[in-house]
Design a binder for this molecule. Structure first.
Ligand SMILES: O=c1ccn([C@@H]2O[C@H](COP(=O)(O)OP(=O)(O)O)[C@@H](O)[C@H]2O)c(=O)[nH]1
Ligand SMILES: O=C(O)[C@@H](COP(=O)(O)O)O[C@H]1O[C@H](CO)[C@@H](O)[C@H](O)[C@H]1O
Length: 214
């Protein structure tokens, strides 16, 4: 069953290289697609240097736009979604996300950080369903087409759809994995603004999909 890893990246030159290098060493993955979402740094250049498929969007489309573009470009049946700002990604994390889907035991897996860093562990403990680390059957992803999901609403939408349709979802622990937080990447003011926008996207997505998840 062909597997594509889709990595949305907006100005992630500091972290994306290590992620691509690790993914390239995993034979379960047939295709690696880096979507540089209007990045103004060396993200796309680094992607090309690892000899993976690089889609360079001329303008920033937001996370869901970037991911959709990447998924559209492949025929793979199984999609692995990973953020480009992960720190500490190991092969075991990727296997733990992919294998339940490849074995047909789960329709989607959701990876939750543990023992990474206090702040990012806590965020995912409170809201594991927001995690960007997932593996899923393509037909699950394709259900997003029926909804008008914006930017950071992606994970909330996938989680709600899975619940609504009674899909088999497995939460897997990603030990000693963390990511660079918005405030660390973009500075305090832009980081906080981006965080507020993220929560707004999530809230509007929840309201739109009219389903309670709590
Ligand atoms: O407009 C955007 C915003 C984010 N991202 C990517 O989506 C992932 C998650 O976004 P972000 O880092 O902002 O979320 P956080 O990790 O802080 O929750 C990262 O790989 C980003 O580079 C993107 O492709 N386009
Ligand atoms: O875990 C979370 O609460 C947020 C915010 O993470 P940080 O506070 O920047 O560590 O990040 C996740 O949620 C976003 C919306 O679902 C996803 O797009 C990100 O991939 C995910 O890391």
């Amino acid at each position: 069953m062909p597997v594509a890893a889709v990595i949305p990246a907006y100005n992630e030159e500091k972290t994306v290289g290590n992620i691509l290098q690790l993914l390239k060493s995993i034979s379960l993955i047939d295709e690696i697609i880096l979507v540089s979402d209007g990045s103004t740094d060396n993200t796309a250049y680094i992607g090309r240097s690892y000899d993976v498929s690089v889609i360079e969007l001329p303008q920033n489309r937001g996370k869901v736009g970037a991911v959709m573009c990447g998924v559209k470009s492949t025929n793979a049946n199984v999609i692995l979604l990973l953020d480009a700002d992960l720190v500490g990604l190991k092969k075991e994390h990727v296997y733990d996300l992919l294998l339940p889907v490849l074995k047909g035991e789960s329709d989607m897996t959701i990876g939750v950080f543990k023992n990474g860093r206090g702040a990012t562990d806590l965020a995912q403990k409170i809201a594991p369903f927001l995690s960007g680390q997932r593996a899923l059957q393509r037909w699950v992803f394709d259900k997003l087409k029926d909804y008008n999901v914006k930017d950071y609403g992606l994970e909330m939408a996938l989680t709600i759809i899975a619940k609504k349709e009674n899909l088999r979802v497995k939460t897997v622990v990603l030990n000693e994995l963390t990511h660079v937080m918005k405030e660390e990447k973009r500075g305090f003011i832009i980081g906080v603004a981006s965080r507020i926008k993220m929560y707004w996207d999530i809230l509007t997505c929840m309201l739109k999909l009219k389903l309670e998840v709590f």
